[in-house]
Design a protein around this ligand. Structure first.
Ligand SMILES: [Zn+2]
Length: 345
């Protein structure tokens, strides 16, 4: 379980101090999870679920190939998060702080051009990179996936299909469209993990995963922007509902400590999560369902735009030794590299 929730880990030093504190039964200070650690969208659990269920939205011509590789597509949905703390340039692909561009009376979705070249001309590439590029990166990944289908390259189809699923999932998370991504500007630190992993972890088995069939998307860029825009419209509710609940909720009941593998982590109590989830009125499930159908639809669109290659000729072709080696290296990097964020704080 521990490696399903690496962003919830606390470092050894914390354990060192926390365990004796517990044993002595002294009142525990509430130490929120670090803000960077909370940035891992949907949690690993959510990303895996989204990619896995998205397979079943595909038409028969694609379903066989994707089902054969469903374990790969599920597991590697989280590769971009494994890279984000260790690889320069990765982090900004996971979000866009669209409210950075909000000026008096101006809608940032009107203010920021959807096209990359126009946005660069208006704000400079440095600025765009600084505040996140998720909608544009989804466009790039779709073209890569399309090329992979065109060349019938199994390794690249698997890699790009898994990874674009991650970025599309990210674009569906409200707190990945705001500078206040972890409630750090409004005294709500930790809300990112609450919304995208703690509650999903508790509620996921209750969600309805019959999301229908994937559809062709005429403009992937517009589609990605619309996902971001819908996410962003929910930010206010995500924050204000949590704030109101916190004000009413007994403060000593908001958090609890749970064993995760060999470590003890502080997390929101089940009661708090259940009440918050209830007040969100199905929002997390709705965003997750939207993400699933979006992932299936972009996979399908990439395949159609590649000329609908016959994937049945690719069956029984496992990922190559080179790809497996590359993935092993990523895993090593993730496990051992010094994280640029404070993922293990
Ligand atoms: Zn991510």
């Amino acid at each position: 379980m521990a490696n399903l929730f690496p962003f919830l880990r606390i470092n050894l030093l914390t354990v060192f101090f926390l365990l004796p504190a517990l044993l002595l039964a002294k009142p525990l200070p509430v130490k929120p999870l670090s803000s960077e650690a909370q940035k891992a969208v949907w949690g690993f659990f959510g990303h895996k679920r989204i990619n896995r269920v998205a397979v079943f939205t595909l038409p028969p011509e694609m379903l066989g190939f994707f089902k054969e590789h469903i374990e790969y597509i599920t597991e590697h949905s989280v590769d971009p998060d494994k890279r984000r703390y260790a690889v320069e340039g990765e982090e900004q692909r996971h979000y866009i702080d669209i409210d950075h561009y909000e000026t008096e009376g101006e809608d940032p979705f009107v203010h920021v051009p959807r096209r990359w070249d126009e946005a660069v001309a208006k704000f400079t590439e440095d600025t765009l990179q600084s505040y996140g590029i998720v909608p544009w990166h989804i466009g790039i990944m779709k073209l890569r996936l399309q090329k992979a289908f065109e060349s019938k390259n199994v390794d690249l189809i698997l890699k790009y299909a898994s990874e674009i699923g991650h970025y599309i999932g990210d674009a569906h998370v409200p707190l990945h469209t705001t500078e206040n991504y972890n409630g750090q500007l409004t005294g709500q630190k930790g809300i990112h993990g609450l919304w995208e992993s703690r509650i999903v972890e508790i509620d996921a088995e209750e969600y309805d995963y019959f999301v229908g069939k994937s559809v062709y998307v005429a403009s992937v860029l517009d589609f990605a922007w619309e996902a971001v825009e819908e996410s962003h419209r929910a930010v206010d509710s995500v924050l204000t509902i949590e704030k109101a609940l916190t004000a009413e909720f007994p403060s000593d009941k908001k958090y609890t400590y749970e064993q995760r593998g060999s470590v003890l982590v502080q997390t929101y109590s089940r009661e708090f999560c259940e009440e918050y989830s209830k007040r969100l009125n199905g929002m997390i499930e709705r965003r997750m369902r939207q993400a699933i159908i979006a992932v299936g639809s972009i996979w399908y669109t990439a395949w159609v735009d590649a000329g609908q290659p016959d994937l049945s000729t690719l069956t029984n072709t496992p990922p190559s030794a080179e790809l497996l080696k590359e993935l092993e290296e990523l895993e090593q990097l993730y496990q051992h590299a010094e994280h640029k964020g404070t993922i293990c704080d």
